[in-house]
Design a protein around this ligand. Structure first.
Ligand SMILES: [Zn+2]
Length: 427
């Protein structure tokens, strides 16, 4: 994450502009990682280098940048048919990388980024629950089709080559390549109308029909009866439900997950929708029901913590988050959520525990919200440094500098926060 932020912040100096917002969510990131990792490994991206970014934008879209940063849009995550199709999308994007299409791409992209891009990252749960209402507003405002044109304008030949590499990568990863056909068929439904209006010569993407035909031919060359690894869609369905629960309005949630649907994903989505709509008791009952069904899922306890926090039940929220963290120790967003509740509860020892949680969370993901919580916890000058980091990550250079200067006035010259404030001032 850090690398991207630094890059984009550097870029930001040229231009204040529309934001591409990125969602931080431990559950979504870890499930996507499991799904994508086999394809990434086939493309020679080692596990510790792969970075997955969830872009809060309703377009059916994804792209790879810098060879190891995979950006997937919520509009794709909420609509894509299944795990296999998602693997195919990423394989295709990695195909552009292997095909060397990224070289020209990065120049184009850089130009585009200079014009329009700022990345924000906030915890999805806390963007609703968080103590600062303005935080949520920024994220929910979304990206509004940022840079679509330039970011994704590969040539027709490049698209064909990427599709071919996608089939190879999937087969190498022992993943069924027909996921690619599933994606094309879905694209046909989604973009069919738009494509029909587009002049064929000006279109950068080969018509979907042609891509289906090419992919089918390529897949037909693979040995018949080849066996592939099977992927269970259940975890992915929960992630989809979570995103829909957080990003769609109440009616859209019920369209997708009507009351007659009683599977875990449907209950999860409706519980989140209830929480957002202020129906906290219903949200809590539904979440307790999910926990009864699966006591090992840390994210059900995370949701319970969010709900209890909104109900003003700090002790219950702390207990729920602590339980979630017992089930998943590497959960930076849950650590930040717990820190926020501890900061507000203010019992003896809460402050020190919350600071430690923020530090651990920041080591995994330098998310703005964590700095914002940290700013609430310090009272010795370091709060100004934390605010400087918060505004820095949010692309508000002016405020970042103001707070970095104030931090330096208060702090010892050899303290780490003084030096980090200096780094912000130097940018
Ligand atoms: Zn492409």
């Amino acid at each position: 994450m850090r690398k991207i932020f630094v890059f984009l912040i550097a870029v930001f100096f040229c231009v204040p502009a529309r934001a591409l917002s990125v969602i931080n969510d431990t559950e979504t990131e870890s499930v996507l990682r499991k799904i994508i990792m086999p394809v990434a490994l086939a493309a020679d991206i080692p596990e510790n280098r792969l970075k997955i970014h969830i872009v809060n934008d309703d377009d059916f879209n994804a792209f790879v940048s810098g060879g190891e940063d995979v950006f997937i849009y919520t509009g794709l995550l909420t609509r894509i048919k299944n795990t296999n199709a998602l693997q195919a999308v990423v394989a295709h994007e990695l195909g552009h990388m292997i095909g060397g299409h990224m070289a020209q791409m990065s120049a184009r992209m850089e130009a585009e980024l200079k014009r329009t891009l700022i990345i924000q990252a906030l915890g999805i749960g806390l963007m609703v629950a968080g103590g600062n209402p303005s935080l949520g507003a920024g994220v929910l405002a979304g990206a509004g089709g940022v840079a679509q044109q330039s970011l994704l304008s590969f040539s027709r030949d490049e698209e064909r080559v990427a599709d071919e590499f996608a089939v190879d990568l999937m087969v190498d990863a022992n993943i069924n390549p027909t996921g690619l056909i599933t994606v094309f068929e879905q694209m046909q439904n989604i973009t069919g109308a738009a494509e029909a209006k587009t002049n064929k010569n000006r279109s950068n993407h080969p018509l979907t029909v042609e891509r289906i035909k090419n992919a089918r031919e390529k897949i037909a060359q693979i040995k018949r009866n080849r066996k592939y690894d099977a992927f269970d869609d259940k975890e992915y369905e929960l992630v989809r439900a979570k995103l829909i629960g957080y990003l769609y309005n109440e009616r859209q949630i019920l369209d997708k997950y009507p009351y007659r649907a009683t599977d875990d994903a449907a209950i999860y989505a409706r519980a989140i929708g209830n929480m957002r709509g202020g129906a906290l008791t219903a949200a809590r009952d539904a979440t307790q029901n999910l926990i009864q069904r699966n006591k090992k899922n840390p994210y059900y306890y995370e949701l319970l913590g969010d709900i209890e926090y909104q109900m003003g039940h700090y002790d219950d929220a702390v207990a729920a988050y602590e339980h979630a963290l017992k089930l998943n120790k590497k959960a930076p967003q849950i650590q930040t959520a717990l820190a926020l509740v501890l900061a507000e509860r203010g019992k003896p020892g809460d402050n020190a525990q919350a600071i430690e949680l923020c530090k651990t969370s920041l080591l995994a993901t330098p998310a703005p919200l964590t700095y914002w919580v940290l700013a609430k916890l310090y009272n010795d000058g370091r709060e100004y440094w934390a605010l400087a980091e918060f505004y820095n990550l949010n692309g508000d250079t002016k405020k970042a500098r103001t707070f970095a200067k104030r931090a330096q006035q208060k702090l010892d010259k050899d303290s780490p926060e003084y030096i980090k404030s200096g780094d912000i001032l130097e940018k």
